[in-house]
Design a protein around this ligand. Structure first.
Ligand SMILES: Nc1ncnc2c1ncn2[C@@H]1O[C@H](COP(=O)(O)OP(=O)(O)OP(=O)(O)O)[C@@H](O)[C@H]1O
Length: 293
């Protein structure tokens, strides 16, 4: 049976009077890419920071590699790579020096891996941190998180600031790591990137895990948001069809969510004159409202 790399039991973090996370429980299996998704303020960072013992839980417990994540934090840290959502580095240091310094935290020679990663991410190691753009600082964070070839990666909103090409390179690197057996906890508020990368996801809302899903199940239940700009304001009676929900018509603009065979939908729409059609991914809030009906 596959081992659990992370096991979280009833983890609660209260920031004084403010809710951080409330009774969070889930586990991540060895070799999994596990998505951790939720809107801003849901508690993703709080969960990750508690697992890393950067903050202490109010109650509950968690283990990583079978060890208590608070009591044995220093031992566990040797095998974890962490990419925080916002990176803070010594602004005056050169990238090369900063990465060499980060490598001294680990009991191994990381120089070859630093070279490989900075090359792949096209990161100029001769520049000072303060002269880097937001995206390039993010790349420094990625290299710092991966340089010791950890067995577990905890990535908190890792793609913010990376251009699409770099995101692709970064995803390629993550997939290669995963193929070597590395387990990945990937937090995001972008459903599409989680769907692309992950095997399973936990959905967090208001500090609570509201659902644990297999990504395949989630995909087969995927909603699309459809926005139509009509040439006239006639009522779209024909859209009273299976798979349509949250239907709203405002003059010539029509919005609704659709789940099902898009060909049937397009056949139905063909009967109308339209100026434009937009097909978008619904927001997480919309999915929360409709996916779990
Ligand atoms: N240091 C703190 N003091 C007080 N409240 C905090 C603190 N850090 C987080 N919180 C609160 O805990 C809740 C969870 O925040 P958290 O940063 O974990 O969410 P998140 O899912 O990572 O959101 P985001 O996507 O915006 O980073 C929020 O309501 C937030 O206001």
């Amino acid at each position: 049976m596959t081992k659990n790399v992370i096991e979280i039991q009833n983890l609660t973090k209260q920031y004084g009077k403010h809710r951080g996370i409330d009774n969070v429980s889930f586990s991540v299996k060895e070799g999994e890419i596990f998505g951790f998704i939720g809107p801003n303020g849901a508690g993703k960072s709080t969960t990750i920071r508690t697992l890393l013992a950067l903050i202490h839980p109010t109650s509950g417990s968690a283990t990583i590699f079978g060890k208590d994540c608070i009591k044995e934090a220093p031992v566990i840290a040797q095998d974890i790579g962490y990419l925080p959502s916002e990176t803070f580095f010594y602004e005056n240091m050169k990238v090369r020096d900063l990465l060499s310094y980060a490598a001294t935290l680990y009991k191994k020679d990381c120089s070859k891996r630093i070279e490989e990663l900075t090359f792949r991410l096209n990161l100029d190691v001769t520049r000072k941190i303060r002269d880097l753009s937001f995206g390039n600082k993010k790349k420094v964070g990625i290299v710092a998180g991966l340089l010791h070839s950890p067995k577990l990666l905890m990535l908190d909103e890792p793609t913010s600031g990376l251009d699409p090409l770099m995101q692709q390179t970064f995803f390629d690197i993550l997939r290669e790591e995963n193929q070597k057996g590395v387990t990945i906890l990937f937090s995001s508020h972008i459903l599409s990137e989680v769907q692309k990368m992950c095997n399973r996801i936990a959905i967090l809302k208001d500090g609570k895990v509201i659902s644990l899903e297999n990504i395949e199940t989630m995909r087969s239940n995927a909603y699309k948001k459809i926005i139509l700009h009509m040439t006239e304001t006639t009522e779209l009676q024909t859209l009273d069809m299976e798979g349509v929900s949250n239907f709203e018509q405002n003059g010539a603009q029509v919005n609704f969510l659709f789940k099902g065979d898009v060909n049937i939908l397009l056949d139905s729409l063909r009967q109308h004159q339209m100026l434009d059609i937009l097909i978008e991914e619904p927001s997480l809030e919309e999915i929360f409202m409709h996916y779990y009906k």
